[in-house]
Design a binder for this molecule. Structure first.
Ligand code: ADP
Length: 492
């Protein structure tokens, strides 16, 4: 067995500039923004803030890379696949450096950062292997005609990513877009821009042609919006809030009808039947809620529990959350499971919503406050007696706050779980197979997990019903929206 990897507590910040056409450059206006370590509240460094003029440059570089007969356009599919594999290999080699930087920028525990990066690597390898297996069809036609389809890249893709899984999501977007043969302009989140910038050096080392990947750090309403409005961007792939998803869809409609893949918010429910084994489902349900300090769009935050086991479930959940307090702290420490929230805005919002929950009459079983004087650490929190009309039952809290609801029968539980404007993920925890299948089919949600949490892999489509998004990522379903289907018909 290989020895456990040790983090670098003061990782080097090598890159803070925009990456355009294989060069690191300052923004045209020379503006910068601060990025902060959420565990200490210290400013790590200043990062270049791109704006419309920089977006124009990056899109032009990407467009050049997509020119007919360019190196990228004419590269053999197997070679394109090898590029993605090479990028994956370099990331794997540098995983300690990347993960350590992710820890200071985002606050997640080192082991979690390593885990995320491995998933990013897996995605690059999965789609690297897919490239030379993207095949069109020969079409059934009358005598004297033949037809076939080709999958072609959509062109220049803009990827706008959030702060909760910064490096991993940049890898996901890059893997999909490049496997399909597109060029990419990546806009990382302003809260956690540092690890995505490392991709610049990585793609240079891998030998990716100039302009295939460009990175514009900056603010959402300026850098991000300029990408969504740009007439020469063909597609936007976005992971983030539903609110910004609306803006992107609108910008697409108001400009050149960009294709969009939107992976948005959630308020996912888990239904826990009376046959469930509490010793297993209590920790599973809490992990599924607190994952990444609750900062996960598909976290199972609405916990519906059958009345027969409700009281005991609540008691055990509160007991567990109280114990988990000791597992929140310095993200570089080995025995830590949860770090701080990403920034003061999120931290304040969570504490505010906890206050709202108390005022609306939910019962605070444990937690509910800040954990330390310094750093944005929140106590693991459990609410019981939550009713569907409360704000904490409807709004995304994005923190370690579990909300437990009581139900009498399964039909009622399904209706209440579906009574949400979101539909990203859902769970059903039960020992009754028929119940598991019945509930899974009835839930309005892009993924349903039975007796598990996030068990999928790179071949399992992920995305939302309703306001949780448009389109899917991963597998063939995830790759298709990055391509145009061309039909060629020949009259013989
Ligand atoms: P969160 O609330 O989780 O921070 P956001 O949806 O606000 O999520 O942000 C996710 C990403 O979207 C970030 O990279 C952010 O800069 C970007 N963003 C924010 N506002 C806009 C906008 N108006 N247009 C395009 N991108 C935006």
């Amino acid at each position: 067995m290989s020895p456990p990897v040790q983090p670098i507590r003061n990782p080097e910040v090598k890159r803070t500039q925009l990456f355009i056409g294989n060069e690191f450059v300052n923004s045209v206006a020379g503006k910068t923004f601060e990025t902060v370590n959420p565990a200490t509240e210290d400013v790590i460094c200043l990062v270049q803030a791109g704006d419309k003029a920089d977006v124009d440059k990056a899109v032009a570089a990407a467009r050049l890379a997509m020119k007919r007969n360019s190196v990228w356009r004419t590269m053999a599919p197997a070679e394109r696949g090898r590029m993605l594999m090479k990028i994956a290999d370099i990331i794997e080699r540098d995983i300690v450096k990347i993960a350590s930087l992710e820890v200071i920028d985002n606050g997640k525990p080192f082991s979690a950062a390593v885990g995320d990066i491995k998933v990013g690597v897996a995605c690059l390898r999965y789609y690297g292997g897919y490239v030379d297996k993207i095949e069109g069809r020969t079409l059934c036609m009358e005598d004297g005609k033949m037809g076939y389809t080709r999958y072609e890249p959509v062109g220049v893709v803009a990827a706008i990513t959030p702060w909760n899984f910064p490096f991993m999501l940049s890898c996901f977007k890059m893997a999909h877009a490049l496997a399909a043969g597109n060029a990419l302009v990546l806009k990382p989140p302003e809260q956690t821009p540092l690890t995505s910038l490392m991709l610049g050096d990585i793609v240079i080392e891998a030998g990716l042609p100039t302009g295939v990947l460009n990175i514009i750090t900056g603010m959402g309403p300026t850098a991000g919006a300029s990408l969504t409005e740009h007439p020469d961007v063909n597609k936007v792939t976005f992971t983030g809030s539903t609110e910004v998803g609306h803006l992107i869809q609108k910008a697409s409609g108001d400009t050149n009808l960009k294709r969009v893949t939107l992976e948005l918010g959630g308020k996912s429910a888990v239904i826990i039947g009376k046959s469930a084994d509490l010793s297993k489902v209590v920790p599973l349900a809490q992990d599924a809620c607190y994952v990444n300090m609750g900062q996960t769009c598909c976290a199972l935050t609405r916990t519906f529990v059958h009345e027969d086991v409700y009281d005991e479930f609540v008691r055990q959940s509160a007991e567990l959350a109280n114990k988990t307090r000791a597992k929140v702290g310095d993200p570089f420490s080995d025995d830590i499971k949860y770090g701080p929230q990403v920034d003061k805005i999120q931290f304040d919002k969570i504490l505010d919503l906890i206050d709202v929950g108390k005022k609306e009459g939910a019962k605070l079983e444990c937690g509910g406050g800040r954990l330390t004087e310094k750093g944005y650490f929140v106590e693991p929190t459990v609410f019981s007696n939550v009713s569907d009309d409360m704000r904490i039952a409807k709004e995304e809290i994005f923190g370690p706050v579990q909300q437990i609801f009581k139900f009498k029968n399964i039909e009622e539980a399904i209706d209440r779980a579906n009574n949400s404007e979101y539909g990203l993920a859902a769970g059903v925890f039960t020992n009754d197979l028929s119940e598991a299948l019945y509930v899974s089919n009835a839930l309005e949600s892009g993924q349903v997990w039975v007796n598990s949490f996030m068990p999928g892999g790179m071949n399992t489509p992920f995305g939302g019903y309703k306001k949780s998004g448009i389109g899917r990522e991963f597998g063939w379903d995830g790759l298709l929206p990055y391509m145009e289907v061309k039909t060629v018909i020949i009259k013989m």
